[in-house]
Design a protein around this ligand. Structure first.
Ligand SMILES: NC(=O)c1ccc[n+]([C@@H]2O[C@H](COP(=O)([O-])OP(=O)(O)OC[C@H]3O[C@@H](n4cnc5c(N)ncnc54)[C@H](OP(=O)(O)O)[C@@H]3O)[C@@H](O)[C@H]2O)c1
Length: 434
């Protein structure tokens, strides 16, 4: 079956063999189900039910599906119905990335789905981790809706989590967006990604993109923005207006997460200290960091010990590297200070032990972190990326008001995606690669 677009309909033609006809075939076009609207494709079961109802003596032998086009104002994304996409067919290194130009353009199956023509996408560390299989057990469980997922069904898998592009088609329940809207957003890790010409996102995963920046610049922001937003709000329990004058320490100020988090915290009125290496000091200062520690030249622990204590620490490296820093948070009986970490074993435990045991281990690991925090009078939180169209809407405004600028390390051509993976994998990012 070819790809379906707006206002095209799927023609269903049933060929049946009445028992009495002794092998003589004839075609029957069922009036009630011959034209099924795209996006509300009934299961074939319904067709069989109708056949039985109207022609109880018949035996369905074959059902032909074909597409009929009508005069339409749809933007036919691609007459061939295919697109380019970077896929992997198994987990592994960069050699697993293959570019195909004959991937079927995804179809909207969910009424809240939105088909987006991607103009630019960015590469995050998560893409390198996912390429290697990280998180695959949990993602397969979500795909298959089971706690004992099987492997392999996810391939070929398109990687890439954030993008900027244009709406081509919307599901029937989409209210906020229409064809032609310029949007930015993320696609959740259990779905096919956006290193492709087209992707399907859900209404809650996207917002209108900032108007003053290009798609290339815009695509550098959504994944890190949604992660930082989730870390501070859903997991950290903080609100925009509760951050004013708070002292925030951000590890890894020069990377994708850090460059966004510094700017967001400054936009919300916080006082920001960050840690980075020498060549990034100028960059993070220009983004608004009030205090910068160069970890290649300074003794970070000593420097932090000399400072006034912090209200919040955003840690993207994990306790092996940063565990000591809890002592630099303000301590209180109400555990108001927050140690929010993006590096924890939640998905790895599930990869290593399966869902039930992995979840139990994560619960126990998190409980140890929480109790460690409680003893020090702070609140210890694990955080993960969450899709957040609403937050992106807010951040688009901050970009348009020049309070947040995209920080782009290097731009690669679509054909050169493996080089972008290599770059991200080497670390030392200065903002995003796309
Ligand atoms: N849990 C989640 O859902 C989630 C979501 C997003 C990201 N993350 C994690 O968060 C981390 C950061 O993500 P990202 O997108 O910002 O990565 P990134 O763009 O690769 O940036 C990491 C930055 O950290 C710097 N760095 C390395 N060692 C450092 C140290 N000891 N002190 C200070 N800075 C150091 C690196 O620069 P130099 O080495 O040149 O100094 C680099 O700029 C990654 O580990 C990622 O996996 C987790």
């Amino acid at each position: 079956m070819d790809v379906l677009h707006n206002k095209q309909v799927l023609c269903v033609e049933a060929i049946n063999v009445p028992l009495a006809a002794r092998g003589v075939d004839y075609s029957l076009t069922l009036p009630h189900v011959s034209y099924l609207r795209v996006g509300s494709l009934y299961p074939l079961q319904l067709l069989f039910q109708c056949l039985q109802k109207f022609h109880p003596s018949s035996t369905v032998r074959q059902i032909r599906l074909h597409i009929k086009s009508y005069s339409t104002n749809s933007t036919d994304p691609n007459k061939k119905g295919t697109m380019r996409a970077w896929q992997i067919h198994q987990y592994g290194g960069n050699e697993e990335l293959t570019l195909s130009d004959s991937v079927t353009i995804p179809k909207i199956k969910d009424p809240r789905g939105i088909l987006i023509n991607i103009h630019a996408a960015s590469i995050n560390p998560i893409d390198c981790h996912m390429r290697a299989g990280y998180g695959s057990t949990a993602m397969n469980a979500i795909r298959q809706k089971t706690i004992f997922p099987t492997n392999g069904g996810e391939f070929p898998l398109i990687l890439g989590r954030d993008f900027s592009g244009e709406v081509v088609e919307t599901g029937r329940d989409v209210r906020k967006f229409q064809r032609g809207d310029e949007v930015w957003g993320t696609v959740f890790a259990s779905k096919q990604g956006c290193l492709a010409d087209y992707t399907i996102a859900q209404e809650h995963e996207i917002s209108l993109k900032p108007s003053i920046i290009t798609h290339t610049s815009a695509s550098s922001i959504p994944y890190v923005a949604c992660t930082v937003s989730a870390a501070f709000t859903e997991f950290g329990g903080l609100r925009e207006n509760s951050l004013k004058d708070k002292r925030v320490l951000i590890y890894g100020g020069s990377g994708g997460i850090g460059t966004f988090a510094i700017q967001l915290m400054k936009a919300f009125g916080a006082e920001v200290a960050t840690i980075c290496s020498t060549d990034a000091v100028e960059l993070v200062t220009s983004l608004g960091a009030d205090v910068v520690i160069d970890y290649t030249k300074q003794d970070v622990r000593q420097e932090l010990a000399n400072m006034e204590k912090f209200d919040i620490i955003l840690d993207s490296f994990g306790k092996e590297k940063t565990g000591y820093s809890m002592e630099f948070l303000k301590s209180s009986k109400c555990n108001d200070s927050k140690y929010i970490t993006l590096k924890h074993p939640f998905l790895k435990n599930i990869d290593d032990y399966g869902i039930p045991v992995g979840l139990l281990r994560s619960l126990s690991d998190a409980a140890i972190d929480i109790s460690l925090g409680l003893r020090k009078g702070i609140s210890h939180r694990w955080a993960i990326y969450l899709p957040k169209g609403k937050a992106l809407e807010r951040y688009a405004k901050l970009v348009d008001d020049d309070q947040i600028i995209p920080v782009i390390d290097k731009v690669f051509q679509f054909e050169d995606v493996p080089s972008a993976f290599e770059k991200v994998e080497q670390g030392h990012a200065r903002g995003q690669s796309q």
